[in-house]
Design a protein around this ligand. Structure first.
Ligand SMILES: [Zn+2]
Length: 439
């Protein structure tokens, strides 16, 4: 039974989502079911995980081969005896640009998306947003995965409080405070305090937003004591971890995820990230796409084993890292890795009126227009002065330009802004950063 749940994490919830009203208690029951399967899986030997991975991978490749985008890439070579893993490694690496070059229908499983799809898009942290469908049947599974990373058995009845800088249409994101602006978080702070003050509350958010929240709570003389804090989205420095622990007096759990594939790994007490091997395959490859050995730093590419609605296969996220060659001292049997060269800028940007904002306030302006902007880069070349480079897509008009400029000027307190339209940003390096400070 537990093997079946791991193989088909969407199975039980499918009926539920298609027929019944969403209900918190039923939800908890499914999370419990998933969680017990996941804990049991963690105790299983490597051979078990290898066979689970092969089975899931074989099925994913089969499903993907029916979609126009993948059909040409995943050749039907069933006659050649090959393990699913070596078949995977023979496939090209996918970038956001590759996915965006075809209509979303060409890389979407229509049957599943009609029933369970939620239109989603990347947060654009690499400056290249792309749209895709999220499978809402995986909602309880994703939550269970987070609980396993947190090392908890308890399933709080209270809602989780999300502090996120951009709206996420994912079904799992309810009770969210999309703090696009710090002022927004400040305006709604009473509501947030009340939610966090309920027993056993869990806060899921960006470290920078949690830090800001703790600052305003301190000004208000409010002590916030959630049961647990789960962070993601930005690098969690040891200093920031200690700071948050000190302010909130609770365990801080860090995980690695993305909107396309959701939760992919969790950080353990030894400071390593452990792959969720039941759900993803993370590979480290060289610049030329060759697989690298353990301890060698390279590009991380990810395959989402549950991503049947919109397959993400050998998908390049823009992060760099390496796998450890030894077993992790924490005892977690899943492969462990660390990042190298992950770039998440959390340096404040100072504005003419003496206030400051974080870079995502600026990137948000472009991410909200992802249908019309293929890529962008904000070059903060002097204090209060910005040069924006944009790669447009069809349909971008003068009116869009004016609205964008108005938005940018408003956010930056009338700083100097100039626009430059370019055809490519790749000359700026393999990973185009959406925000750079060059003074
Ligand atoms: Zn570990």
């Amino acid at each position: 039974m537990f093997k079946f749940i791991l193989e088909h994490p969407w199975f039980f919830t499918a009926e539920y989502f298609s027929q019944f009203e969403h209900n918190q208690f039923v939800d908890e029951f499914f999370v419990k079911l998933q969680l017990s399967a996941l804990y049991r899986s963690k105790r299983m030997p490597k051979a078990f995980h290898d066979s689970l991975r092969d089975k899931k991978l074989r099925r994913l490749l089969r499903t993907a081969a029916h979609l126009p985008f993948w059909a040409g890439k995943i050749k039907d070579n069933t006659l050649i005896p090959q393990s699913p893993l070596s078949r995977l490694r023979s496939l090209p690496v996918m970038t956001k640009d590759d996915l965006r070059s075809v209509p979303i229908e060409d890389r979407t499983n229509k049957e599943i998306s009609a029933k369970f799809g939620i239109l989603n898009y990347t947060s654009g942290s690499t400056g290249e947003p792309v749209s895709f469908f999220t499978d809402k049947r995986l909602h309880t599974h994703i939550w269970a995965i987070l609980l396993r990373i947190a090392g908890t058995e308890k399933i709080p009845r209270q809602s989780v409080i999300h502090l996120w800088p951009s709206p996420n249409p994912n079904f799992s994101f309810q009770n969210s405070f999309y703090a696009k602006a710090m002022e927004e978080l400040r305006d709604r702070r009473k509501e947030i305090y009340t939610l966090i003050s309920r027993p056993k509350s869990i806060v899921l958010g960006f470290p920078s937003l949690l830090r800001f929240l703790s600052d305003i709570a301190e000004e208000d003389n409010i002590m916030l004591r959630p049961q647990l804090i789960i962070v993601a989205g930005e690098a969690l420095t040891p200093e920031m971890r200690l700071f948050l622990q000190d302010r909130f007096h609770c365990k801080i759990v860090n995980h690695y995820g993305c909107r396309e594939i959701s939760v992919m790994a969790g950080e353990c007490e030894s400071g390593r990230f452990h792959e969720n091997s039941e759900d993803v395959i993370i590979e480290v490859i060289s610049e030329n796409g060759f697989p690298l050995k353990e301890e060698e730093i390279g590009k991380l590419v990810v395959t989402g084993l549950n991503s049947h609605i919109a397959p993400f296969i050998r998908y390049q996220l823009g992060d760099q890292g390496f796998f450890y060659s030894d077993a992790c001292p924490c005892g977690n049997p899943f492969p462990s890795f660390s990042f190298g060269g992950r770039t998440h800028d959390v340096t404040p940007i100072f504005l003419p009126d003496g206030s400051h904002i974080l870079p995502y306030r600026l990137t948000g302006i472009f991410n909200r227009r992802f249908e019309k902007i293929r890529q962008y880069q904000i070059d903060h070349y002097a204090p209060f002065a910005f040069l924006i480079r944009i790669v447009r897509v069809g349909g971008y008009t003068k009116k869009d330009e004016q609205e964008l400029l108005d938005d940018f000027k408003k956010t930056t307190c009338n700083s100097h802004v100039s626009l430059q339209y370019v055809t490519s940003l790749h000359s700026k390096g393999p990973k185009v950063l959406p925000y750079i400070k060059s003074f």
